[in-house]
Design a protein around this ligand. Structure first.
Ligand code: ADP
Ligand code: MG
Length: 589
């Protein structure tokens, strides 16, 4: 629960948790705040310490290896139960003037041996569809836009090729750094001059990507760092002053450091990645993004760019064109904004007064599983957290009014299973990857003004990740009427059951097995062929030069994901794009 009442305790005995749930914990945030030390922050987690005498590959450190990748026993089990069959069928559309040959395995991608070993330690056996394309494209030096479903491995899709490429060159490209063994604060400090910057919208996501970077940089000279709001600038500056090759950050804090050239300079920058790009290209971030993209001594013309997201509405695509030019390549796995068939989506009609009761029934039915409940306001998150806590459920919550200590504690409790129910506002959950989230509940559906169907896609995408299965249940009240049409089509697209009250929204000409159209009234704006003819430069790189390298269908970004080839595919009942032959048989995904 949120901030506990003074003197509140966890009751036991007849106050036991409902069947199937662990006992709740009252988190004492006041005590946590008082105990706050440098070691408290997730962003201070250990990274591999490189020493000059190491040659090309550093030695293994068993303790760090277990911290990063888990113990060997748990590593063996982690791939079981993955179902990649649905993802396997999805076509990958490639656009832009260059044709990229996709890779089938990590081994044939020409990646650095240290990276190959790290991929193995991560337990990644085959590349996901987006990785198959972005790995060679980035290795070959193209700017890339990657749009692929939630939970399809987009982080590794950019980190693997970038870090792999830098591994062989870090000595030449990287800034001089102090020897960690002899580092003396205030004496050996250097200006951080990262080779890579990754910009993300939320603190939790920054930490998560930092953790992925810690794994993939293991045994290499590359040193990852993360900066985000809510933690004293001085502390993060201290970490930066030990050297930094890969910098992950949220926009406000990055801008702050860019204003301190004695701490951070981007003069060595080689790669700039914008994750959750459609969110980052939002007007709200404009001043921060401007500062980051051009404000820190970088040689803009010599920086490679990568933009990634699961949704990419037209406004964001238009803006992206400002940043990426000429020969960039774009990869789209399925329709931009589509969800994955690994998520079972259920829409339940409720009255506003009936939400709490329905929620309790749901939590009783699907008990004991890691569950995220989305609401639309911070106030609602507090209220619902209190309500569930009073019902003796093991709940915690997160939203942007919380202190950083509270946010990190909530995420930790949720990840560890101490509090398997997390109440969240949508924005705090963008990109968050927690293993085994089995159930996402939209207590409030996102209204059209607050993200609409794209927000819905991101929210339900916290489950059903990377071949796992999950359930997403959404409460539908009379207020959600404006979302009904596009929601119904989103359900049809992945062969979900349509509840009676939404039957009226099934398109007239639709019959089982045909493609679903996302008309102009939808958020997807399908008829817009994405800036037709307005490509960057004159190399024919317009946004509408779709070319499906594997299937034989075309289709622009905003297109319905539907085209004749898909129509035929759907007719076979195998879901959209089922015949697009991605990838070549036997390649795994
Ligand atoms: P996205 O950004 O597309 O939502 P993430 O990058 O968060 O997805 O990855 C989702 C999960 O998949 C993470 O837990 C990540 O470790 C895992 N993952 C990434 N690539 C692979 C792979 N090739 N095989 C298995 N798991 C992978
Ligand atoms: Mg992501």
């Amino acid at each position: 629960m949120a901030v506990p009442e003074e003197g509140s305790v966890v009751e036991t005995g007849d106050q036991a948790a409902p069947v199937g749930w662990v006992e709740r914990t009252a988190f004492d945030y006041t005590a946590m705040a008082e105990a706050e030390t440098a070691a408290t922050w997730d962003g201070n987690a250990r990274v591999y310490q490189w020493k000059d005498e190491y040659g090309d590959v550093g030695p293994a450190f068993e303790e760090l290896e277990v911290e990063l990748f888990g113990d060997p026993e748990s590593r063996r089990d982690r791939q079981t139960g993955l179902d990649f069959s649905k993802i396997e069928q999805i076509e990958v559309i490639q656009e832009g003037p260059q044709r990229i040959e996709y890779i089938k395995t990590f081994a044939d991608a020409g990646i650095h041996p240290v990276m190959l070993r790290n991929i193995e330690l991560c337990g990644y056996e085959v590349p996901t569809p987006i990785q198959k394309f972005t790995i060679p494209a980035i290795l070959q030096g193209y700017d890339v836009i990657g749009v692929a479903q939630t939970g399809s491995g987009k982080t590794a899709a950019y980190l693997i090729p970038i870090l792999s490429k830098l591994m062989g060159k870090a000595k030449k490209l990287g800034a001089p750094r102090p020897n960690p063994a002899r580092f003396q604060e205030g004496v050996d400090n250097v200006i951080a001059e990262p080779l890579v910057v990754v910009v993300v919208p939320t603190r939790e996501l920054a930490v998560q990507i930092f953790n992925e970077a810690r794994k993939l940089c293991y045994r290499s000279m590359l040193r990852p760092c993360v900066v985000y709001g809510g933690v004293p600038v001085r502390e993060q500056g201290g970490l930066l002053s030990r050297g930094c090759d890969i910098l992950i950050g949220t926009p406000g804090r990055l801008k702050d450091f860019i204003g301190r050239p004695e701490v951070l300079s981007l003069r060595r920058l080689k790669y700039m990645i914008i994750d959750e790009a459609d969110e980052m290209l939002n007007d709200d971030w404009e001043s921060e993004l401007q500062a980051i993209l051009s404000g820190a001594e970088q040689d803009v013309g010599n920086v490679y760019y990568g933009l990634f997201s699961a949704t990419f509405p037209k406004a964001a695509r238009d803006l992206a064109k400002k940043y990426l030019c000429d020969s960039h390549v774009r990869f789209r796995v399925g329709r931009a904004g589509s969800t994955t068939e690994n998520i079972k989506q259920m829409i339940v009609e409720v009255s506003r007064e009936g939400k709490n009761e329905t929620l309790l029934t749901l939590l009783e039915e699907m008990n004991g599983v890691r569950t995220i409940i989305f609401v639309n306001s911070r106030q609602a998150a507090d209220t619902l957290d209190d309500f569930l806590f009073n019902m003796k459920l093991p709940v915690t919550s997160i939203h942007s009014d919380r202190t950083q200590v509270e946010r990190e504690a909530a995420m930790r409790a949720f990840r560890s299973g101490q509090a398997p129910i997390l109440v969240a506002t949508g924005v705090t959950a963008r990109g968050i990857d927690v293993r085994n989230v089995m159930h996402v509940i939209n207590y409030d559906l996102p209204s059209i003004e607050y993200g609409g169907i794209e927000e819905y896609t991101h929210r339900i995408g916290r489950t059903g990740r990377i071949g796992h299965r999950g359930v997403a249940t959404s409460f539908f009240t009379e207020r959600d009427e404006p979302l009904a049409s596009v929601l119904t089509r989103t359900l049809l697209e992945t062969n979900q059951d349509i509840p009676d009250f939404l039957q009226a929204y099934i398109p007239e000409n639709w019959s089982s097995g045909t493609k679903v159209k996302f008309e102009t009234e939808s958020d997807f704006d399908p008829n817009d062929v994405a800036g037709a003819g307005e490509g960057c430069g004159d190399e024919g790189g317009g946004w509408n030069t779709a070319d499906n390298v594997q299937g034989d269908s075309g289709g622009g970004w905003g297109n319905s994901g539907g085209n004749d080839a898909n129509e035929a595919a759907n007719a076979s009942g195998g879901g959209w794009g089922a015949d697009a032959a991605q990838p070549a048989a036997g390649a795994g995904w």
